[in-house]
Ligand binder design. Structure first.
Ligand SMILES: CSCCC(=O)C(=O)COP(=O)(O)O
Ligand SMILES: [Mg+2]
Length: 227
């Protein structure tokens, strides 16, 4: 069956790992403490603080202790849903103030635009929150790319290394897995998507092979007719 939709990862796939690690994460680490302490009583933030307490097992953690936990999670690149939600809120301030501009590889911008024009539906699945996904593409160096996308998925659907998450995404998109092509730089994510019946292509931007998956270094060489 032909591919009808493309589901793409962000970090290491459409966008440089260095942008996430050297720009986004340090920005969040710098601004998150004041953001959390200032907005702790607002419901959207309070809800995430409670989720940090639940996930860390520290039910009575003060807001200051919650900030310490969050900074530890940033340092270890933990894909914790409440951290990702709070990072998205902090990054929004940076993007709106013009301090951040989303990095998207030019080959990814070109291919995504072409695929959309050819009639493919495009979706995003990242550990970054849906808010953060809309920001990186909406405030990108190439302009607002959000009109290209038909939907966004994050860890509220499930972890990226579990097949069940991809089954749920296929059901939400309304297509059988075999008509969805998943792009990622992480072999465990590709394995999980394959197990759920999706087609896969690995992105190895520095070269190399993602074992068990067709691997390319750029979106420019992906030929959807051959998938
Ligand atoms: C949405 S940009 C921020 C990316 C992020 O926080 C992250 O953890 C990257 O995860 P990905 O699943 O895109 O590799
Ligand atoms: Mg990735």
């Amino acid at each position: 069956m032909p591919i009808k939709a493309i589901l793409t990862d962000i970090e290491g796939t459409t966008s440089a790992v260095s942008f996430v690690f050297d720009v986004l994460f340090p920005f969040a680490a710098r601004h998150l403490p004041e953001f959390v302490l200032t907005h702790a009583d607002e419901s959207a933030v309070a809800q995430q603080i409670d989720a940090v307490r639940a996930e860390s097992g520290e039910a009575g953690a003060s807001p200051e202790r919650v900030v310490e936990i969050l900074l530890g999670w940033i340092a270890e690149d933990r894909k914790a849903t409440p951290l990702k939600a709070l990072q998205g809120m902090v990054w929004e301030q940076g993007y709106r103030a013009g301090q951040l501009k989303g990095h998207v590889y030019p080959d990814a911008v070109e291919a995504l635009r072409r695929w959309k024009q050819e009639g493919y539906d495009l979706y995003v699945y990242s550990s970054g929150s849906i808010q953060a996904q809309k920001l990186i593409f909406g405030c990108s160096e190439a302009g607002d790319l959000t009109p290209l996308f038909s939907g966004y998925f994050d860890t509220t659907t499930g972890p990226k290394r579990e097949a069940a998450s991809y089954r749920q995404i296929a059901a939400a998109i309304g297509l059988p897995g075999e008509q969805i092509l998943f792009l990622s730089d992480v072999v465990q994510e590709l394995d999980a998507a394959l197990e759920a019946g999706m087609q896969t292509i690995g992105l190895a931007r520095e070269g190399g092979v993602l074992e068990g998956h067709e691997t390319v270094a750029s979106f420019a060489v992906i030929d959807l007719a051959r998938v």
